[in-house]
Design a protein around this ligand. Structure first.
Ligand code: AMP
Length: 282
């Protein structure tokens, strides 16, 4: 496994491989890797000859009062984990590589970024679209792998790729969970033991939504109320949203006549957690 920090070096290596007919799969991350991230690398290895993972905590996607400074940075153990799943290249750029002096160009996010995370975290998706497009330009991969754990993020990146004709295939991969249902997240390590128990409210609320549908409930507002009740009972400390939305446009749904996804964002202690689930409606 080669670990590189210079954009020129990694571009040269990947460009050489690509010219020799190799399919390259890209997995962008902010590090603090867990099995969710590694599942993306495994998927890249299954579908491509070369897997490249990027590790960069992107300052432009954090708000001024968010956790950029304390975001976990665990490069040594990240590299061990990446080697264990057969990752071929790791790109670990410095802030100066990604945002050189004078950097002032940003990508305006697509319409699907307007609500939910986009509303609650102003500027977040502008940082995400900018860094992801920069990585797509720096690393000539054919496929990029993202987790559905960040459902709106995948929708935003897919729309950006479509709208800006970026020559890359966006592949979304399933959410990897702890045995009790908590979605794996780099931020789970902020949770105390009691907060970790309360954080299970997200999974219980998503499961409640699905079991109501299985029992024949078709009222979106009743299901959303029930999700909120489960979260309040957990209890979580605040609820940013618990909603049922269209899987493509992320617009609030009023019925379950076509596919829908339940999305949740809450705070447990000072930790912000998000999760979602595609609803199965017979
Ligand atoms: P992050 O390092 O949190 O920016 O995440 C990097 C990539 O890993 C994103 O595409 C995330 O959606 C994905 N990811 C994070 N957690 C999970 C998970 N539990 N299951 C699958 N993918 C995940």
């Amino acid at each position: 496994m080669k670990v590189l920090s210079s954009p020129e070096d990694i571009y040269a290596q990947l460009d050489f491989a690509r010219r020799h007919g190799k399919r390259i799969g890209l997995v962008p991350t902010m590090g603090a890797l867990h099995d969710g991230h590694l599942s993306l690398v495994r998927e890249a290895k299954r579908e491509c000859e070369i897997a490249v993972t990027t590790v960069f905590v992107n300052p432009s996607q954090f708000g001024p009062n968010e956790d950029f400074a304390k975001y976990p940075r665990t490069l040594d153990s990240d590299l061990e984990k990446l080697a264990s799943v057969g990752c071929d290249f790791v790109f670990v750029p410095s802030k100066d590589h990604m945002y050189p002096l004078g950097h002032s160009t940003f990508v305006e996010p697509p319409a699907v970024a307007a609500n939910w995370e986009g509303k609650i975290r102003p500027g977040h998706f502008r940082g995400v679209t900018t860094i992801v497009l920069k990585l797509f330009n720096m690393l000539p991969a054919q496929v990029a792998y993202f987790g559905r754990k960040d459902y709106q993020q995948v929708a935003v990146i897919s729309a950006m790729v479509r709208d800006l004709n970026v020559p890359i295939l966006v592949q979304s991969c399933e959410t990897i969970r702890e045995p009790d249902g908590l979605a794996m997240s780099s931020r789970n390590r902020y949770l105390s033991a009691t907060e970790r128990v309360r954080a299970l409210g997200l999974w219980h609320a998503l499961s409640q939504a699905q079991s109501m549908i299985d029992d024949g409930q078709r009222s979106v507002s009743r299901i959303e109320s029930a999700m909120n009740e489960v979260l309040e009972k957990a209890p979580v400390d605040s609820i940013d949203y618990a909603a049922i939305v269209d899987p493509d446009t992320m617009e609030q749904r009023s019925d379950l006549d076509s596919p829908a996804v339940a999305i949740i964002a809450v705070r447990v202690g000072t930790t912000r957690l998000i999760d979602n689930s595609l609803l199965q409606v017979q």
